[in-house]
Design a protein around this ligand. Structure first.
Ligand code: PLP
Length: 235
């Protein structure tokens, strides 16, 4: 237990330091980039250890797992992020339970979240996930569909659009992900022009490529393995 505590806190501190260095190299303030610790497949006890060491933002991919962890940790002042693929029939479990939903990629899902948020009398902050490389199996709206989806979301008072998220293909060399990150920033700029307001967030960068993502303007990085270690495959 003690060893796990030392390991987790040490790894998180190192990740934070790397993040800060990347931000400064890019002429940015380290405080402008939020580190979302991705705790999927890792126990609530690990989240508690990190929370006690000052980590506030945690990301989860699976609804039931996320809600169980959240329930076990209600005594802590955490911000939960939903970052995984989400089917619209599960949206009712997500709206109102997460500070930010990063993975909205269809009008149907947006509508389901909006409906539930309205029912609860809350406004759900969301990002639109963009599939930049056009990979078949990846979730995300494609570039061509982004403006229309964003305008549909703007018309839903239960949702507040805060920016864009992307997940590049896995590359051994993070430099290959860099153009994807630059593209997301470009798309945000175009969307801001179209909507006539600013979109504060770019959620991009994971364990293998967060340095490049920060250099390209990420305001949120989603880091799992670098902090928690390898994930056991799901049963
Ligand atoms: C699992 C996951 C992460 C974290 O990935 P690591 O490579 O372990 O840092 C980030 N974003 C999304 C959408 C994920 O599913």
């Amino acid at each position: 237990m003690m060893d796990r505590r030392i390991e987790l806190v040490g790894r998180a501190a190192q990740a934070r330091e790397e993040l800060a260095r990347a931000a400064r190299r890019a002429g940015r303030e380290p405080g402008d980039v939020t580190l979302v610790a991705v705790s999927k497949f890792h126990p609530a006890g690990d989240v508690r250890v990190l929370a006690e060491a000052g980590q506030v933002d945690f990301g989860e991919n699976y609804v039931q797992e996320a809600l169980a962890k959240r329930e076990a940790l209600t005594d802590l002042p955490l911000r939960w992020h939903f970052i995984g693929g989400l089917q619209s029939n599960k949206a009712r479990f997500v709206a109102g339970n997460f500070a930010l939903v990063h993975s909205v990629d269809s009008r149907k899902l947006a509508q389901a979240l909006h409906r539930k948020a309205s029912e609860l009398g809350v406004v759900q902050d969301i990002l639109l996930q963009v599939n930049i490389a056009g990979e078949e199996q990846k979730s995300g709206v494609d570039e061509a569909g982004l403006p229309e989806l964003a305008e549909a979301v703007e018309a839903m008072p239960g949702l507040r659009l805060k920016g864009l998220m992307t997940m590049p293909p896995f590359f051994d060399d993070p430099e290959r992900a860099r153009p994807v990150f630059a593209r997301l920033r470009h798309l945000r700029g175009r969307l801001e022009g179209r909507l006539g307001r600013s979109l504060p967030h770019l959620s991009m960068g994971m364990t293998g490529d967060f340095v490049a993502a920060v250099e390209e303007g990420a305001t949120m990085v989603r880091i799992g393995t670098r902090i928690f270690g390898a994930r056991e495959p799901r049963q």
